[in-house]
Design a protein around this ligand. Structure first.
Ligand code: CA
Length: 175
């Protein structure tokens, strides 16, 4: 899973990156709205975690510009502003969910799982799925039904990219 984290609190950003990396999720950390918007417009991400109060460009503006550019990546707003009005404004701007700081890590992870599931791209903790193919990120195996192939590092990295861009694999057997 690839996560774009747009958060200017370095300590929080670092802590989240560490948690995500333990789950083998790739994270790009942007520390201001401008960099975050550029990255969201050009990169491919499964989810965007977006702070509201950000230098250069605030989170709601980033969100509006993303949606205006037809980028439909799920966005979870993270903000110390826990007021109802901010929550409504965020959802009105096209956010998929909202989490007020401070939050428990477990709740954040649960929201991320729910949001990526909702998209129809089932991403369990350590596996990526496209069609009937499963790539296990923990033991580098590719499987379909009861067939399983152990991948070398390089093969794994290449395969992972295919999964991220969701290449429409042929799932028909040759026999
Ligand atoms: Ca902030």
């Amino acid at each position: 899973m690839k996560i774009l984290l747009i958060e200017d609190e370095k300590a929080l950003s670092d802590a989240l990156c560490q948690i995500f990396s333990k789950k083998r999720w790739e994270t790009f950390a942007a520390y201001n709205g401008e960099t975050g918007l550029d990255e969201a417009l050009t990169g491919i991400y499964d989810i965007i975690l977006l702070d509201i109060m950000l230098p250069k460009l605030d989170g709601l503006t980033v969100l509006q510009r993303l949606r205006a550019a037809s980028i439909s990546t799920p966005v979870l707003l993270l903000s110390a502003k826990g007021e109802i009005s901010d929550k409504v404004a965020g959802l009105d701007c096209g956010a998929d969910d909202y989490l007020a700081k401070p939050f428990a890590t477990e709740e954040l992870l649960a929201r991320i799982r729910a949001m990526t599931r909702r998209r129809g791209e089932l991403i369990f903790d350590d596996t990526l799925q496209v069609g009937d193919l499963t790539l296990n990120l923990a033991n580098y195996t590719l499987s379909r039904g009861d067939q399983r192939v152990q991948l070398a590092n390089k093969e794994f990295e290449i395969m992972k990219q295919f999964f991220y861009i969701r290449i429409p694999f042929s799932t028909k057997r040759n026999s």
